[in-house]
Each structure stands twice: as structure tokens, then as C-alpha cells.
Write a protein that binds this ligand. Structure first.
Ligand SMILES: *Cc1c(COP(=O)(O)O)cnc(C)c1O
Length: 406
């Protein structure tokens, strides 16, 4: 009989090699799990993990209930139901002037997360291939690049008076002929940055110069506060080499449904499908028509969610400022970053562990999104989620105000 110990032993080495387990073979708990557990234990307000505390539009929820009642409960087609793929294509035409073919250029996935992991696995080929990411980054990016066996190259977003942005020269230096993919996240989690037109143009120009692909995670496309979203795929010369990823989770407050999608040139979508079919195959049959309904909601819905999130973000930022944090302006997403140094913090993780006891609020240290070598630059920065009811944010602000009092 095969020794199970050696099987699990080699499996452990694989996952540890990707940085997903410690050397004892334990799954590394994410900071989100640790902080959510801390919130549950202490009764603190959880502004850590980014999930809304209110339901999304009634028409979307009702469509899912109807679909279940009507028997839409078996495997949907591998690419997603045609109705949803058409809704995705029509949404991109309506909002951005893009014209993906719903039958060839669009693939429905198990959330944006699967779209990103399938694309990274499909389109990189081992350690010679580099993936350029903007750091701090969403935690699944580095894990998927590691699982794909590719090399992660980081371009830091630096703090400025108006938000976070990369240094154009550092970006130029990071992209080389070894680069296979430039991975964009716009609007950006965790910083709330949006990419300027000049930055987008630079990325497209670098992609041409070094013959790379662009993968862009735009799950916050409808949560921008002070300007309209422009997908990088809509820039001249970008479509042919860009895969755009989005999801219904953030736009319709249905983060537990995991209906995402990826769109771009048919040959690239074929490659992603080849991997995706062996990850989940398909998912969420009754949620697919519901998200199609969501994507066809009137424009007012999309305008209103941006306005509402901006109002929430403002309440949070005002509260953080009043408590003594130095707030870095957020231009979109669920998140706002604040510097805890004026409150005496020297290390954000320790500060966040003490925050439930000191103020009854949970937040996430920005260092959780940064590789160890670069943590110094972000050492005292903390990410707060604004995707909660206004009363909850006001309560959090009142609690945080206690930090400012001696
Ligand atoms: C929430 C989030 C995702 C995950 O989207 P799902 O559709 O839930 O998989 C991906 N990228 C970013 C930047 C996110 O914030």
C-alpha cells in the first residue's frame, strides 16, 4: 500500500512552496479570518472584511428565487447561460462602448476569483514568465501566481496627497520581455486608488513594447466616487491583448453568489476555458439569470450605488479624521486607508489587534496586502471597509473618536 504520509508530505511541500502553508503543514490563516474571529469574540464592529451588511436589489434576489422554483438547478452550459453572456456583452456596450461577442468573447466563472486564477494558470508557463502586479494587492493574486509557478514582479503604489499611484519609471523598469502578464486592479483594493488615463496608456504602451497580455480586475467598476470608470480594454490598441474580469458580487451586494466573468479576444477566452472547465466546470445555475437581471437594471441603479458608497466612505473618512488618523483619499471601492502613526502606531498589525479592545472596531493592516520586503513603506497604514449601513459607520466613528481623547 502506498504510504499516505509520503503523499501528504509532498502535497505539503507543494502548498508550502507556494507560500500557502507553514512548514508544519498547517493552512496559514488569513488576516481576514483572524480579524473576523476577533470581531466575533469581542463584539467589535467589523470594518475588516469587505462584505455589505444589506441585501442588494429586490429584482435580482427575486429572480434567483424564481429560477430555483422554476427548476434552474442543474449544470448550466460550460461558458455560462446565453442570457447572462448577452447581458454581460450588452452591459459592456452600454457603459463602455465595447462590443464583445457573447458567444465567443465572454466566459462566466465562479466569481472574479476563478476568472483570475484560471487566466493566470492558463496564460503563464512556469518560472520564466513574470506577472507584474501593483502592490499592495488583493491576496489571491500572489497565491495564484505561485500556484501557476510563475514569478511575481511588484510595482509599488506610493502614497500621495491625493491617493495612491505608482511611479511611472518604476513601472517602466518592471515590465520587460520576460513579462507575460500585467495584472491591473482598477478601482483598486485595498487602497481605493483609480488608475489615471496616463497610467492606463502607459500600461497599454508597455504591453505593446514587450508583447505582454493585460489582465484587469474591475470588480469595483460601478463603485467610483468622482469620475466614470473607463476599462483599460476600451483604450486604443488594448482590446486585442486584454482580459477584463468582473463580478456581480460587489455591484449587486451578492458576494456569496460567486457569479463572475471574464471577457476578451476569443482565443484567450478559449485558453481560460480550457483551465476553468477543470476547476469548477460551472457554478451557480439559478444565480446566473439573477445577475443577468441585475446587469439590465436601469442606469439609475448603478449611479445610485456609487453615490451611496461615496456617502458611506465620507462618513467613515470624517470619523477616522476626527479620531486622529491621517486619511488617504479613496476614489472608489469599499475601502479607505488611514495612517495610524499620528495615534502612536508603529506597526499596523499590532495596532489592529489592539483596536477592538481600545475602540471596539476591527480593521485590516495594509501590510497584509504587501510582500515582506516592502512592508516598511506601509507599516502604519490600516484599511477600513465602508460597505456597511450608515448607522453602523456612525457608531464606528463615535467609538473611534475615543482614540483622540487622552
Ligand atoms: C472581492 C474581490 C474579488 C473577488 O470577487 P468574487 O467575485 O467574489 O470572486 C476580486 N478582486 C478584488 C479586487 C476584490 O476586491
Amino acid at each position: 500500500m502506498r504510504d499516505l504520509g509520503s503523499v501528504t508530505g509532498s502535497w505539503r511541500r507543494t502548498a508550502a512552496g507556494a507560500g500557502l502553508q507553514d512548514t508544519a503543514g498547517d493552512v496559514l490563516p488569513t488576516i481576514f479570518a483572524e480579524m473576523s474571529a476577533l470581531a466575533a469574540r469581542t463584539g467589535a464592529i467589523n470594518l475588516g472584511q469587505g462584505f455589505p451588511d444589506e441585501d442588494g436589489p429586490a429584482a435580482v434576489l427575486e429572480e434567483a428565487r424564481r429560477a430555483i422554483a422554476d427548476g434552474v438547478n442543474q449544470y448550466p452550459p460550460g461558458r455560462g447561460i446565453p442570457e447572462l453572456r448577452r447581458a454581460i456583452a450588452d452591459h459592456q456596450r452600454h457603459w463602455y462602448g465595447l462590443s464583445p461577442d457573447p458567444d465567443r468573447d465572454v466566459l462566466v466563472t465562479a466569481g472574479a476569483t476563478e476568472a483570475l486564477s484560471a487566466a493566470l494558470l492558463a496564460l503563464t508557463d512556469g518560472p520564466a514568465d513574470e506577472v507584474v502586479v501593483f502592490e499592495p494587492f488583493y491576496d489571491s493574486y500572489a497565491a495564484c501566481v505561485a500556484l501557476a509557478g510563475a514569478r511575481l514582479v511588484r510595482v509599488r503604489l506610493h502614497r500621495t496627497a491625493t491617493g495612491f499611484a505608482p511611479d511611472p519609471d518604476e513601472l517602466t523598469a518592471a515590465v520587460t520581455d520576460r513579462t507575460r502578464i500585467i495584472l491591473v486592479n482598477d478601482p483598486h483594493n485595498p487602497t481605493g486608488a483609480v488608475f489615471s488615463r496616463e497610467l492606463q496608456q502607459q500600461i497599454v504602451a508597455l504591453a505593446h513594447r514587450h508583447d505582454t497580455l493585460i489582465i484587469t480586475d474591475e470588480v469595483y467598476e460601478h463603485l467610483r466616487f468622482d469620475s466614470d470608470h473607463v476599462p483599460i480594454a476600451s483604450l486604443p490598441g488594448a482590446w486585442e491583448r486584454t482580459l477584463t474580469v468582473s463580478s456581480g458580487g460587489k455591484t449587486f451586494s451578492t458576494t456569496g453568489w460567486k457569479i463572475g466573468w471574464i471577457s476578451g479576444p476569443a482565443p484567450l477566452i478559449e485558453a481560460v476555458l480550457a483551465v476553468k472547465q477543470f476547476l469548477t466546470y460551472v457554478n451557480g445555475a439559478p444565480f446566473q439569470p439573477a445577475i443577468a437581471t441585475g446587469l439590465r437594471l436601469p442606469d439609475e441603479y448603478f449611479v445610485q450605488i456609487a453615490t451611496a458608497m461615496r456617502a458611506k466612505s465620507d462618513v467613515l473618512a470624517t470619523g477616522l479624521g476626527g479620531a486622529g488618523f491621517d486619511v488617504i483619499p479613496s476614489h472608489g471601492t469599499y475601502f479607505t486607508v488611514a495612517d495610524a502613526a499620528p495615534l502612536g502606531a508603529t506597526e499596523a498589525a499590532a495596532f489592529c489587534r489592539s483596536l477592538p479592545g481600545r475602540a471596539g472596531v476591527v480593521a485590516i493592516p495594509l501590510t497584509a496586502f504587501v510582500t515582506p520586503e516592502h512592508r516598511g513603506e506601509y507599516a502604519t497604514l490600516v484599511r477600513f471597509a465602508a460597505c456597511k449601513r450608515i448607522e453602523v459607520l456612525q457608531d464606528a466613528a463615535a467609538r473611534l473618536a475615543g482614540l483622540a481623547r487622552p
